[in-house]
Design a protein around this ligand. Structure first.
Ligand SMILES: Cc1cc2ncn([C@H]3O[C@H](COP(=O)(O)O)[C@@H](O)[C@H]3O)c2cc1C
Ligand SMILES: O=C(O)c1cccnc1
Length: 348
């Protein structure tokens, strides 16, 4: 598995200083646009420009099934994954609505759904297998399947960037994938499972305890070395999570901006960041999910999200909702007058 070289952003160089000066000279009190100012600076550094722009925004939604679903860790049956893929293709899911509203192109990727779909122009076939194995008993993926998933994710993101995209968001669909994400977080952050696992699509108290116990049993069974990130991903991950991690790494390598969605997308980023920490410099964190564990995961990643709406859906919905804020950051940098150009007096 090739891990891309990613250049860390130079936060103190000449360009950073020029961007900071441009932001400070806008007709507003210093710092008054808060987090949008940090965002504008980051986007300028990602694009190596004092006048960045957003081109051809794309939302890739990766779908895959999880063997762990058979242990009852989700209230919903596995078939919902393929049913929701058909809903995405028909345009009726939440992500269709929000991506349309944001003006983002939406592509649906079969990363490993347990269903053979009719060929369809709107569906990208990147299927690795008909779902992962149940990680309670055996590794979810073989090392080769995991490498294939990561590489397909890299190739898909690279193809979009070659077609002119410089901002990508990633969503996911896969019944039981909050269990996979929680297991990855628990191992990679060395945190107890009960701090990582949440109710997902709506488990009750008994269901949540069962989910925690299943993940704990799986982790005890595998006894994974935390620093072998590829093995951790192959053992506990999903095809959509591995593909997303690959897509994130390739996006950062090619200096595209990444909008990170909720808990599952953040678990993919956690994997990517453990493989190549500089990927974090290219990420905008859309929101803090209502899924227990996401706030802690975001703090482990050392970041502050833009929105906190109690969303707990995934699909990329939080990322699509945050896109207008990213546009606002770019637009104020490019379009706002400076004190000098508008002849407004600075502080006395
Ligand atoms: C109808 C429906 C639409 C969804 N869209 C995203 N998810 C979300 O819920 C799933 C994860 O939760 P858990 O681990 O509890 O199964 C993922 O598929 C995720 O994308 C959905 C779930 C359902 C039921
Ligand atoms: O935050 C998420 O990504 C999430 C939370 C619950 C269920 N599905 C996704």
């Amino acid at each position: 598995m090739r891990i891309p070289d990613i250049l860390p952003l130079n936060q103190t160089g000449e360009l950073a200083q020029a961007l900071a000066a441009s932001i400070d000279h806008k007709t507003k009190p210093l710092g008054a646009l808060g987090q949008l100012e940090k965002l504008a600076l980051q986007i300028g550094l990602v694009q190596q420009s004092c006048t960045p722009g957003l081109q051809r925004p794309v939302m890739l939604v990766f779908a895959a099934d999880h063997g762990i679903a058979e242990t009852g860790v989700s209230p919903f049956p596995q078939a919902v994954t393929q049913q929701m893929v058909l809903n995405f293709l028909a345009g009726g899911a939440a992500i269709n609505v929000f991506a349309r509203q944001a003006g983002m192109q939406l592509r649906v990727v079969d990363a490993g759904v347990n269903h053979v779909f009719e060929p369809c122009p709107a569906l990208i076939d990147a299927k690795v297998a008909m779902g992962t194995a149940n990680f309670l008993h055996s590794p979810a993926m073989t090392a080769a399947q995991c490498a294939t998933a990561v590489q397909r994710g890299m190739a898909l993101a690279s193809a979009e960037i070659e077609a002119g995209t410089n901002i990508l968001a990633f969503g996911e669909m896969g019944i039981a994938n909050t269990s996979s994400a929680a297991a990855l977080m628990s191992v990679l952050c060395e945190l107890p499972v009960h701090q990582c696992a949440g109710r997902g699509t709506g488990l009750d108290d008994v269901g949540l305890q069962h989910k925690i116990s299943i993940i704990e049993q799986a982790l005890a069974h595998h006894a994974l070395p935390r620093d072998d990130v590829k093995q951790v991903l192959a053992t506990l991950g999903g095809f959509e999570i591995a593909m997303m991690a690959g897509a994130m790494l390739a996006s950062a390598e090619r200096r595209a901006l990444i909008i990170v969605d909720g808990f599952i997308a953040s678990s993919a980023l956690l994997v990517a960041a453990r493989l190549q920490p500089a990927v974090l410099d290219y990420c905008v964190f859309a929101h803090c999910s209502g899924e227990a564990g996401h706030r802690l995961l975001l703090s482990q990643l050392g970041t502050r999200p833009l929105l906190d709406l109690g969303l707990r859906l995934g699909e990329g919905t939080g990322a699509a909702l945050a896109y207008p804020l990213v546009q606002a950051a770019v637009n104020f940098l490019n379009e706002m007058a400076s004190f000098a150009s508008a002849q407004v007096s600075g502080p006395a």
